[in-house]
Design a protein around this ligand. Structure first.
Ligand SMILES: Nc1ncnc2c1ncn2[C@@H]1O[C@H](COP(=O)(O)OP(=O)(O)OP(=O)(O)O)[C@@H](O)[C@H]1O
Length: 217
């Protein structure tokens, strides 16, 4: 259970871009978040994934208040989240072959021994063939790189997935494949999903519930 209570957040003091917003994500639930460009959806998604400390309000994960953020958050809270952003190239280290990119969170948490097994499971799940796994980001398409970013988000088996415009830059068939991979993962694990987007039709089809930004304040 993820609870965002009266969140106010921003980037400069006294000029919040998110004001007094509340949202609850029950275990296993999927919520699609819609709203106009610039209203603060990505900022809220980053707060939800413990990547951005709010100025006010509280975040509770399974009833436990979050007190620290980003790398100082406790490992069990930090690793509860898998996050996929819109622009895969901004979130992928250009030096890493896709296999290392996917494995990054396992290395960072001292679980390198699990890498071969997890790559063998995840690569087919997200539609990456073995020849792609050895290539670096500049040697693959945006859709192929986003598949790797989704695999990286799933590698630690998160309880909550945050997909921020995950499919916005992709063609329809790649978008459908990534949504299907997320849904297969959720069906197997019971993970919850917060999906941010502009595509009302996609989010309605994808999520149990869609909420508009205006409903959250
Ligand atoms: N790193 C940052 N530093 C300063 N301002 C920022 C930063 N990131 C976002 N903003 C500003 O915060 C506001 C909300 O941005 P945010 O990305 O959360 O909106 P959004 O609803 O996700 O927009 P979009 O749908 O266009 O992605 C915008 O006015 C944006 O310019």
């Amino acid at each position: 259970m993820l609870e965002l209570r009266s969140i106010t957040a921003g980037y400069t003091r006294n000029a919040p871009v998110v004001r007094d917003v509340s949202l609850t994500l029950a275990p296993g639930a999927s919520v699609g978040l819609l709203g106009p460009s610039g209203c603060g959806k990505s900022t809220l998604a980053r707060v939800a994934a413990l990547l951005h400390r709010p100025e006010a309000g509280s975040v509770l994960l399974d009833g436990e208040p979050v007190r620290r953020w980003r790398h100082s958050a406790p490992r069990d809270q930090r690793t509860a989240f898998g996050v996929v952003f819109q622009q895969a190239r901004l979130s992928a280290d250009p030096r890493l072959p896709l296999t290392d990119l996917i494995a990054e969170p396992l290395r960072a948490t001292g679980r390198a021994r699990e890498i071969p097994g997890r790559i063998a499971e995840l690569a087919p799940a997200v539609g990456l063939t073995p020849d792609l796994l050895t290539r670096r980001p500049h040697e693959v398409s945006d859709g192929q790189l986003q598949r790797a970013c989704l695999a990286r988000a799933l590698v630690l088996r998160p309880r909550v997935l945050v997909c921020d415009e995950m499919t916005a830059m992709l063609d329809a068939s790649t978008a459908a494949a990534l949504v299907a991979a997320v849904e297969d993962y959720r069906a197997a694990t019971g993970a919850a999903l917060l999906a941010v987007g502009h595509d009302r039709t996609l989010l309605r089809r994808w999520c149990d519930r869609t909420v508009h930004w205006d409903e959250l304040t």
